[in-house]
Design a protein around this ligand. Structure first.
Ligand code: MEV
Length: 335
């Protein structure tokens, strides 16, 4: 739906609000390749549809001409004019990106934003919120932009959140499909040759991706040769993982995930609770398990035999996972 004329509610306050755009964006999880992807290596990432960010745009007749007002109760913003937020506030920057692409609103608008994606858990909450807001606002202003453009606009917001992000998070949630990602390249769809059941376990330990990315950077500056060798080793595992996915070989993919975890540990981004939950997954019969995302807390991902999923889920919870999601990759059906 496009904004063409102001909506001016008359009469009863019970009158229905005209929704100009409504958008839902999934979370994401990294299957393999995090951190090394910041240094140009490939990564495999998949959307997680069990969690999402939502944005909705409605007219806001009480606002000033051309004003955008934000309603994001989860971050304590209630009907706040965007222009009153600090210049580097991520939501203000996201609105600016959207208006830069779609032009100023012809009348005041309100953007409602909410998310069921836990923050600081490695599930791409910041990227999903930015993509949802930018897609909803540009759509309300009459521009239905392709995912690569939405992703590029959201990337500018990701820089505020994460410093030097690779762009894998905004790309994965904007395209909402499993992808092979390399910094600066369009994502390639992942071929999935079998059914892969993945458990994502949130340790509940809050983790800042910005901090762990900075920690890896410090290590790299101290020992470029050693770190780059590890990044390349991770890149090789990712290529092998891509093939294992295409061949439907869960056992092989699990083995590669375990190896990827060891390399991430050697980069200093694990955490005692992550170690405990990863170990519990393997003990309970997972084909492989690793930390996922920035590390330092956040979540783990385990590839599990379907018949053992329930037992492994319980093992993760016993080991300290506060939430567990299941996501399944299946062969694409030709349309
Ligand atoms: C965060 O989801 C993944 C990292 O590789 C950072 C990035 O790619 O920007 C840790």
């Amino acid at each position: 739906m496009t904004l063409s004329e102001p909506h001016r509610p008359k009469g009863s306050p019970m009158r229905e609000e005209k929704v100009l755009a409504q958008v839902r964006v999934p979370g994401k999880v990294i299957l393999m390749g995090e951190h090394a992807v910041v240094y140009g290596q490939p990564a495999l990432a998949i959307p997680v549809f069990g969690v999402e960010a939502r944005a909705e745009v409605v007219p806001f007749p009480a606002g000033q001409p051309g004003e955008v007002v934000l309603d994001a109760p989860q971050v304590e913003l209630r009907n706040v004019p965007v222009s009153s937020l600090p210049a580097t506030h991520p939501l203000r920057v996201a609105v600016a990106q959207a208006l830069g692409a779609a032009g100023p609103p012809p009348f005041p608008l309100k953007v409602r934003v909410e998310a069921t994606i836990p923050m600081a858990a490695g599930l791409g909450s910041s990227a999903a919120v930015s993509v949802a807001l930018i897609r909803a606002l540009t759509r309300a202003l009459g521009k239905d932009l392709p995912p690569e453009v939405i992703s590029a606009l959201a990337y500018e917001v990701e820089k505020i959140h994460h410093g030097t992000p690779s762009g894998v998070d905004n790309t994965t949630v904007a395209f909402a499909r499993p992808g092979y990602f390399r910094k600066g390249h369009p994502p390639e769809p992942l071929e999935v040759g079998g059914t892969f059941v993945l458990l994502i376990g949130d340790t509940g330990v809050p983790a800042s991706t910005k901090d762990t990315v900075a920690r890896v950077r410090e290590g790299w500056l101290r020992d470029k040769t050693g770190y780059e060798a590890r990044f390349r080793a991770i890149g090789t595992l990712v290529e092998q993982g891509r093939r294992a996915l295409a061949q439907g070989s869960a056992q092989e993919l699990g083995r590669l995930m375990d190896e990827n975890h060891e390399l991430l540990r050697s980069l200093g981004v694990s955490h005692p609770v992550l170690e405990r939950v990863v170990f519990a997954a393997r003990e309970a019969g997972a084909w492989g398990a690793k930390l996922s995302g920035g590390g330092g807390g956040g979540n783990i991902i385990a590839l599990v035999p379907p018949e053992k999923a329930a037992g492994i889920r319980q093992a993760l919870q016993r080991a300290g996972a506060v939430r567990v999601w299941t996501t399944t990759l299946r062969p694409q059906v030709e349309k």
